[in-house]
Design a binder for this molecule. Sequence first.
Ligand SMILES: Cc1ncc(COP(=O)(O)O)c(C=O)c1O
Length: 287
Amino acid sequence: MMTFDNADELHKIKKWHANPQMVLRELTDDSRSLCRFGVKFGAHPEVTRSLLQLAKDLDIEVVGVSFHVGSGCFDASAFHDAVVTARKVFDEAAELGMHLEMLDLGGGYPGADCSTGITFAQIADVLRPALASMFPATRIIAEPGRYFVSNAYTLAVNVHARRVVEAKDQEAAKSFMYYINEGLYSSFNCLYFDHAHVSPKVLVKDGVYVHGQEVGNGETHACSIWGPTCDSMDVITRDGQLPELDVGDWLYFDAMGAYTVAAASTFNGFRRCHVIWTNTEAHRLLI
Ligand SMILES: Cc1ncc(COP(=O)(O)O)c(C=O)c1O
């Protein structure tokens, strides 16, 4: 099964595949998502009928419709609108004598941290009645990505260098620059590609495992956190607040499973991070 959203794709498939099953990917209004896909993928509603007609003329079987509202969707109504558009495509196909049997709801669901402000349950509340009324007898599938993996990974990083930035005057406080072993070119590529916001917490301080605990007396200092490469763009945060750290301490970042290590590079010769799979309670995990 393959998706298509333009005529060239159908002609290519016709040339190279004997018996394809095709899914028409519709264009959605992705303005309610952090990562927008519409500029690259999706057939505009004005051309879906002619694409279906072309598939029919080429004797290519179209089995369904798919959409992706964009990743990191923050408004559940985007799913409703996409289902309405899909219904229109199903009706066009029926008018052409084609029977579509599958609707693919794509991705766009939040990670378990719900950083986009909506929950999976809120999206389900929108989708359930829409599907019941518009697609009562259609096979429904989806392609959740972030939803499954976001909370599956915690990223632990080591502070391998620091620099104290002395206060400019007596009223200002000193701040710190910390350099860690993961950056924008590795797991934190999500800051650039995925519009992510990350939040560091202290994992190991002076050799003591402090996950989930208050460090010191709760005193914090302004800090910036930098990745390991030569590039000054390689910065994780410029306005952090953390207890004073030393070289050798560890930080951790929750919910780092989606669009992170999968797209990490080895730029500047730094290896990709090591993944440790565990079902051990966090407080028992030894680094
Ligand atoms: C075709 C397709 N399906 C599913 C996904 C997963 O999306 P998400 O992580 O937003 O659920 C993507 C992500 O790019 C995609 O391109």
